[in-house]
Design a protein around this ligand. Structure first.
Ligand SMILES: [Zn+2]
Length: 271
């Protein structure tokens, strides 16, 4: 059970989170891990979708959720297989991946603290055509698909938020396909880095060229060249599999318009 004190801590954490202070604290403090994993049931919802829920709905959901650690490269569900759990990322990122003829794959959507992975469950479908893969390590709130089906129909605000989120994700997926087809690799890389930065809340994260090449659907040489261009312009630093964003404004200027379109859509329902 969640005590009123725990709930107040959640509300305080949500307020801090919205101001950006909590995320900075989480990533700067050695207490971060204890803060998140040590308070299992009373964990503050740093997931922005959950943070939008009214107190009574959030309290009702909390005992049905579990804080889990997601690890880079971990598969959460596979195409065609039943989705057992849905995930509301706190500071982790989940990529929605489409496989191409069993030989290549491409990211069609990215889910971070603005949303949830496992939307088909909410829409009454038990499996997905895409794979959900952890792209950035961190924590998420996990809930069983059965509980989602039951609660989403009974909790009005959750239902409305997930409807709005469905639209936001659809916009992202549609924009990603336009982006993959028409925009230059440098611009796409800038967009991808900005979206990752928004969801992770940190400027520095591990990233291999192979992973990036799969995410963007571009050969490794193409990724390497694009990263080199951004680095020469002092927008990023890329060394030993770790990427550091040095100039967000500069990256926004380099990115195609897709970044602003996708961001505007998620900002609308979260603000
Ligand atoms: Zn684009």
């Amino acid at each position: 059970m969640v005590t009123p004190l725990q709930f107040d801590m959640c509300v305080a954490a949500q307020t801090l989170y919205r101001s950006g202070a909590l995320i900075r604290y989480m990533h700067n403090s050695s207490l971060r891990d204890g803060f998140l994993s040590g308070s299992a049931n009373g964990v503050p919802a740093v997931n922005r979708l959950l943070a939008k829920l009214p107190k009574n709905e959030y309290m009702r959901l909390l005992p049905k959720m579990k804080t889990v650690n997601l690890v880079l490269g971990q598969g959460l569900y596979e195409p065609g297989a039943a989705i057992k759990y849905i995930y509301f990322p706190n500071n982790s990122i989940i990529s929605l991946i489409s496989e191409v003829s069993g030989t290549a794959w491409l990211e069609v959507g990215m889910v971070g603290n603005e949303g949830m992975a496992g939307l088909p469950v909410f829409m009454g479908v038990s499996s997905s055509g895409t794979r959900a893969l952890v792209q950035g390590s961190g924590t998420a709130m996990r809930m069983s698909s059965a509980a989602v089906r039951k609660e989403a129909n009974q909790l009005g605000s959750l239902h409305r938020l997930l409807h709005r989120y469905s639209h936001s994700l659809l916009t992202q997926v549609a924009q990603s396909s336009v982006c993959n087809r028409f925009h230059l690799v440098n611009a796409r890389l800038a967009r991808w880095l900005l979206m990752t930065n928004d969801r992770l809340g940190v400027e520095k994260f591990p990233l291999t060229q192979e992973f990036l090449s799969n995410m963007l659907g571009v050969r490794r040489e193409g990724v390497s060249k694009a990263a080199g261009t951004l680095q020469a312009a002092k927008l990023i630093r890329y060394s030993r599999g770790v990427i550091t964003l040095l100039d967000r404004r500069g990256l926004e200027a380099k990115s195609c318009e897709c970044y602003a379109i996708i961001k505007a859509e998620s900002d609308v329902y979260l603000n």
